[in-house]
Design a protein around this ligand. Structure first.
Ligand SMILES: [Zn+2]
Length: 221
């Protein structure tokens, strides 16, 4: 074996340390780990082969039938879209600041082996809308950009969407929009208040409908 002179040895050690650090950080933050998707529950939730439930960050897909509630329009299509993307596939997860939601589901950005960003892909196909939730906003801008494109090309949720003129109140902090008479809207701090003249423009700015007053938003679009 060839003996290296001291400076080369130091360089080698430094190089190897850098590689080790890199590998460590990838493992530590789950960057390299691929896990198989066991089951797709709906347009934004999956169960992994290791049993973990994952809720996609930054998006909200229409609900399928659950607990005696009927399916929302496009709920089944959103499920089919997610299934076509990830069922049985190995996916890589990326987390944001909150690791879990109140249902103990892992919050994640999900990627396929070929690099497809699943959260964004579902938005791109119009099968979900952007759902901002602080402090998990790492990829919100990218998701919103995809949503704007889906809106402009009238994909999924955005097909036959009439930009009907109607006042809505937005809260720039929560990024939710409300009917003007909603009790939650009344609590909005005036400095965070944002006025919209249509549901379309609220969505376009990345605001999501309040569940309380606009749970039926699809019938109003
Ligand atoms: Zn409301």
């Amino acid at each position: 074996m060839k003996a290296f002179s001291a400076p080369i040895r130091i360089k080698r050690i430094l190089g190897l340390s850098a590689v080790a650090l890199c590998l460590w950080s990838l493992t530590a933050f789950g960057g390299r780990e691929f896990v198989r998707v066991e089951r797709v529950l709906d347009g934004d939730t999956i169960i992994l082969a290791d049993g973990r439930h994952v809720r996609y960050i930054g998006i909200n897909a229409p609900e399928i039938v659950h607990d005696h509630y009927p399916a929302e329009p496009l709920g089944d299509q959103a499920l089919a879209c997610n299934r076509a993307l990830v069922q049985g596939e190995k996916v890589r997860l990326e987390t944001d600041l909150d690791r879990k939601d109140r249902y103990n589901r892992l919050l994640a950005y999900v990627y396929l082996k070929d690099g497809v960003f699943v959260n964004r892909e579902i938005i791109r196909q119009g099968m979900a809308y952007c759902l901002y939730r602080s402090p998990n906003e790492k990829h919100f801008a990218a998701l919103l950009m995809a949503q704007r494109k889906a809106m402009q090309t009238q994909k999924g949720l955005w097909a036959d969407f009439q930009p009907i003129k109607h006042p809505y109140l937005g809260n720039s902090r929560s990024r939710r929009f409300h009917l003007p008479q909603c009790k939650s809207a009344a609590k909005t701090n005036p400095k965070n208040r944002r006025d919209f003249d249509s549901m379309w423009s609220a969505f376009y700015e990345g605001y999501a409908p309040c569940k309380r007053c606009l749970g039926d938003w699809q019938s109003r679009k």
